[in-house]
Design a protein around this ligand. Sequence first.
Ligand code: KIV
Length: 275
Amino acid sequence: MTTVPEVRARKGSAPLVMVTAYDSPGARAADEAGVDLLLVGDSVAMTVLGYPDTLHVTVEDMVHHTAAVARAKPAALIVADLPWLSYHTSRRDAVSNAGRLVRAGARAVKLEGGRKRVAVVEALVDAEIPVMGHLGLTPQSFHAMGGFKVQGKGLDAARQVIDDAKALDAAGCFAVVLEGIPTEVARLVTDNIEIPTIGIGAGPSCDGQVLVWHDVLGFGGGDYAVAPKFVRRYADLRSAAIEGIAAYAADVRSRAFPSDSESYHLRPDVAEALL
Ligand code: KIV
């Protein structure tokens, strides 16, 4: 079973692989594929629950999906997202909400933000809850950022990301996600902190990469159809699903399904007496 210290020790060595997971079959598939970390991301809001952004997800939702992932008993390290407003109100709320995720099966939690989260990170670490940071394009700041936009592009903004990363490292985070920032900034962060960086839309210099399950496997559609440019799609599960369900519908309508071998039968003597 992958542990937090093992992930922390991977700094500068073999790249860490993280993918999101929201349910047992998804977690089992990713775990059997050999990923290092499973992130029960608040992206579940958009990928699974049909919301337009991550702000709608509650602690209850995250507990529900974390428990489903944990029931798959993956070897990968389960990290669960603290949702919006679950750690912004007080350190006490943060510890209590993170504790609920740990009791649901998470072995670490992730939260968004840099220097302004230091007190919360310290409180969580003090409560023996490992914390992963998340900097750059932080989706919970969607309104404050004015949309999903690449961050850290100007000189000041780039320096802010680097300072935030150093602060999270010093506060005790064991890793940090860098999302939607220029490659050069991600490289500087990676070279200037002691903990692994895990990139998404942050170029190839990070200590690992993370992608969203539905993006990797092509299982979007509806409002969640357009993948950002940093997504590389490795399968087209949506087309396979539509094809499969359409074939099932056609077989039902033509009475080709179910066949005799897919049906249960009475013993001949019971059938004769009954009929
Ligand atoms: O919720 C999520 O899926 C995430 C990743 C994009 C890092 O936070």
